[in-house]
Design a protein around this ligand. Structure first.
Ligand code: MEV
Length: 413
């Protein structure tokens, strides 16, 4: 398929809703799913969301060339494909966004888009992302004087933070750098001491940056702490880098008081039963991961951090909850979110670059807000389906579509 950008003899008017656009874009595009692939690309081009080059890339199938792939990993034999979609109807912090998603599971994109549509009338998603502070850990075992360690390290705080900054001059130039340190004794009955370094990583995911910091400060810390030095590595539970989002929906929009009640009960079920909470969180992460994969983020680190955060109280809890309000439901979610708009696959992978072009976020913090919103939308969609007709009807419809595909592709194996 070639993307044909030539002007049409009779151009069709764009089929977008007449809502007041924010920053020029309206993410509500009725009937987008009924269009052909070429028409969808054309619409994204006409909306000014994709450049001609990006459209051409997607029209040729998108993704990654085998040559680039060969440089990204080892023992490469081919490229592995996933559908790249856009979720519609999202408004995040008053800005409409089209949300790129790459996921193999049918219904994730449609479900998130539907929930985002329900949440639009009350303003969509609002939230807050903290400063992008990542955490590095340096481990020491068999520490001789554990009670005195904190004072010894604290007395050299400025020196250690300076050493940390010297290891990442580029990040310091860009406004980031070491911000804080903390001495932890995770298990007082063992002579284990862990020093945390907190580093502002700008718009990067930050793993390499904080790993460099951990390695740079470890020798001086070893002199102050004593014992045997162990690991120097980030933690995938970056508690100082969190995002929270909330959204509201009226009972009327949801389909009635009974539906709103049933969703609130489903949320309470997850709060009281970890077996349910894990499935509830899986549905939330459907949205987060789909965006993460489309944008070349480290979804393993996001998953690890999210589930650790869910268990932080000692009980595994839902990342998102829904409560009854006087006229409907209000939902909120919070989790650590280490994502970047620079570095990693963001520069190397052409499909990822196109997905960023589409999303048009200005910072890693804005990206975190969009990803958490995608999670909250996915969670609402799942709870609404489960609390009403059940999940299977929609799944079976989509399953039938997949079976059709298999037959077209040469029969079921
Ligand atoms: C399936 O991918 C996700 C759900 O199981 C989530 C949930 O049960 O809340 C439907």
């Amino acid at each position: 398929m070639t993307f044909d950008l030539s002007p049409r003899a009779n151009p069709r008017p764009l089929d977008v809703s007449d809502e007041a656009p924010s920053r020029g874009l309206v993410s509500r595009i009725p009937g987008f799913y009924t269009k052909t692939l070429a028409e969808r690309l054309e619409q994204l081009f006409e909306l000014g969301l994709l450049s001609e080059g990006a459209c051409d890339h997607l029209a040729r199938g998108g993704g990654l060339s085998i040559d680039v792939a060969d440089h990204m990993s080892e023992n490469v034999v081919a490229c592995h494909g996933l559908p790249l979609s856009v979720a519609l109807n999202f408004r995040v912090q008053g800005r409409d966004v089209l949300v790129p998603m790459a996921v193999e599971e049918p219904s994730v994109v449609a479900a998130a888009s539907n929930a985002a549509r329900l949440l639009r009338p009350a303003g969509g998603f609002e939230g807050h992302a903290t400063e992008p502070i990542m955490t590095a850990q340096v481990q020491f075992d068999d520490v001789p004087d554990v009670p005195g360690v904190t004072a010894r390290v604290e007395a050299h705080r400025a020196e250690i933070l300076r050493l940390a900054d010297e290891a990442i001059p580029g990040m310091v130039r860009r406004g980031g750098g070491a911000r804080d340190l903390e001495v932890r004794v995770p298990s007082p009955e063992h002579d284990l001491v862990v020093v945390h370094l907190y580093v502002h990583v700008g718009d990067a995911m930050g793993a390499n940056i904080v790993d460099s910091v951990a390695e740079a400060v470890a020798p001086r810390l070893a002199e102050l702490v004593g014992g045997r030095r162990g690991l120097r590595i980030l933690t995938n539970l970056p508690l100082r880098r969190r995002v929270s989002v909330r959204a509201r929906v009226s009972s009327e929009t949801l389909g009635g008081e009974e539906v709103a009640d049933a969703i609130a009960r489903a949320s309470r079920f997850a709060e009281l039963d970890p077996y349910r909470a894990v499935t509830h969180n899986k549905g939330f992460m459907n949205g987060v991961d789909a965006v993460a994969v489309a944008l070349g983020q480290d979804f393993r680190s996001l998953e690890a951090g999210a589930h650790a955060y869910a268990s932080l109280s000692g009980r595994y809890l839902p990342l998102a909850t829904w409560r009854r309000t006087s006229d409907g439901l209000s939902g909120e979610a919070e989790l650590p979110m280490a994502v970047g708009t620079v570095g990693g696959a963001t520069g190397a992978h052409p499909g990822v670059r196109v997905a960023f072009e589409l999303l048009a976020v200005d910072s890693a913090r804005e990206l975190a807000l969009v990803m958490a919103s995608a999670g909250l939308a996915s969670n609402l969609a799942a709870l609404r389906a489960l609390a009403t007709e059940g999940i299977q009807r929609g799944h079976m419809r989509l399953h039938a579509r997949k079976s059709e595909l298999r037959e077209t592709a040469g029969g079921e194996r």
